[in-house]
Design a protein around this ligand. Structure first.
Ligand code: GDG
Length: 462
């Protein structure tokens, strides 16, 4: 057998992004970066196909496109209910976003989560060669490392959490939180977006599990020592800056400008998710309109919010709440030739999205809690360097740790956000340019390739 000079990369995540989507321009930055790494190093991306079958078989669907191999597996409907819609999106997601009020704890969910993690491990195990680096993504697959170790895997194993790490008192309301957290010690490297999420993790494992942080930064629990690192994800800034100058972007921007008839556009783009602070955002905008009657009729807010996770009741509830709220605000303020909020429940191709960002004088990125938030970075990258818009950013988005020159706000305070909107709309060009230059410098430097290399650099054997 041919000896491998360099280690291959095996990426494992809940869902796999098909390399075919990249030619259609539908790929997010994460997929672009991981596919590029897979292309360079060779290897495979493994995950759920998104399809269901009557009974789990473990049969792998292999695809090879554009120099990258993807391997997918179908799940049973019960797996999807308990693992994906259940434990991942009704237990872990709300809890890790501090929404204990929306969190459901069910033994069946946990059972399904562990079962699917075991199924993933057994299915992907034969695809992993000696010396391959294995990089597991996100909250769906926390115990996967442990399941792979149980099957005898000794490779370097890394885990990256894309969402926040919760405070201990919240985490501890999760039944079986302890084995879940302990399972992270089966990895070699565990990564978070920000120092805050890392600190919360370190606090928990040292205070509640007796782990010890060594001088070299290694975190030891029992006979396992791991490295816990900060690696903030970025975007493919170059690609997005180019997209913003493309024909489809220009077309979308012109269409929006024409329909706005000279009004200043305030944009929001979010998956329809309760963590994104959309009702609070609408209420802040309403406060701004009330406080600035002279500006009524001169601004409009465009909120793009493609629905997500519609099988989960809390997502249906937030959708109904926003329908009601946007309708009420529009009813209250609209005139024969003006509607204050355009609320759109559909997604747009990436290049058109770049044009929409560029058309907007202000972006409102006001999540109540967010691991990072890539929309903030995309908005900045899409701006015209000579006449850029202003980013209003929640202090509770991971991105606030890097984007210090945004207008940072507390999203729970309608007054504070309303003030920031007024400030942004009146901000002189010189200040907009100064802030934008500082933001774009960070976004270009700490891009998605920098993030990937930082993580893989920590994972590679030394
Ligand atoms: C999780 C974490 C972390 C949205 N609408 C459209 C569209 N989008 C794209 C955006 C952006 C992506 O979806 C959303 O990314 P975010 O980072 O804002 O949020 P999550 O989906 O919650 O992602 C988050 C991220 O993982 C990465 O680690 O930053 O904190 O929660 O790229 O552009 N894309 C298109 N049309 C739309 O209408 N094409």
């Amino acid at each position: 057998m041919e000896r491998r000079e360099v280690s291959r990369l095996v990426v494992i995540s809940n869902r796999v992004q098909s390399p075919k989507a990249s030619s259609a321009g539908n790929q997010g930055g994460l997929a672009v970066a991981l596919l590029a790494a897979l292309r360079e190093k060779g290897g495979v991306w493994f995950g759920w196909s998104g399809e269901t079958v009557g009974a789990f078989t473990g049969a792998i669907g292999l695809e090879q496109a554009d120099g990258v191999a993807t391997a997918t597996v179908d799940l049973e409907p019960q797996d999807v209910d308990e693992y994906y819609n259940g434990y991942a999106n009704r237990s872990l997601w709300p809890l890790f976003h501090n929404r204990i009020d929306l969190t459901r704890f069910e033994r069946d969910f946990e059972g399904g989560y562990l079962r699917v993690n075991r199924r993933f491990a057994t299915t992907v195990r034969p695809l992993i060669g000696e010396g391959d680096l294995v990089w597991v993504h996100d909250y769906h697959l926390i115990p996967l490392g442990r399941e792979l170790r149980r099957l005898g895997l000794t490779n370097r194993l890394g885990f990256f959490l894309h969402i926040p790490w919760p405070p201990s008192q919240i985490l501890m309301s999760l039944p079986s939180h302890e084995p879940l957290v302990r399972s992270l010690f089966e990895y070699d490297v565990v990564g978070f977006h920000t120092p805050d999420w890392l600190d919360a993790f370190l606090h928990h494992v040292t205070r509640h599990l007796g782990a010890v942080v060594g001088e070299d930064g290694a975190v030891t629990l029992g006979d396992r020592a791991i490295r816990a690192i900060v690696a903030p994800i970025g975007i493919d800034a170059g690609e997005f800056e180019t997209a913003a100058r493309s024909d489809p972007a220009r077309f979308a921007r012109d269409r929006l400008h024409m329909s706005a008839t000279g009004r200043s556009i305030i944009v929001g783009v979010d998956r329809l998710d309760y963590s994104k602070g959309l009702p609070e955002r609408f209420a802040s905008y309403e406060r701004f309109l009330l406080r600035n009657p002279d500006l009524q009729g001169l601004v409009l807010m465009l909120q793009i919010a493609p629905p997500s996770r519609e099988k989960v009741d809390t997502y249906r509830a937030i959708r109904a709440e926003l329908d009601e709220l946007s309708g009420r605000i529009n009813g209250e303020f609209a005139d024969i030739d003006w509607v204050p909020i355009r609320y759109v429940n559909k997604g747009y191709p990436r290049d058109e999205l770049a044009g929409i960002y560029r058309a907007a004088r202000v972006a409102l990125v006001t999540p109540l809690r967010d691991g990072m938030n890539l929309v903030a970075k995309e908005y900045v990258a899409a701006q015209d360097p000579d006449d850029p818009g202003v980013l209003i950013l929640s202090i509770f988005a991971g991105a606030a740790a890097q984007l210090r020159d945004a207008l940072l706000v507390n999203p729970y305070s309608a007054d504070e956000v309303a003030d920031a909107i007024a400030l942004a709309l009146g901000m002189p060009r010189e200040e907009r340019v100064r802030r934008w230059r500082s933001l774009i410098a960070n976004i270009r430097r700490e891009d998605v390739f920098w993030w990937r290399d930082r993580f893989i650099g920590a994972l590679e054997p030394r």
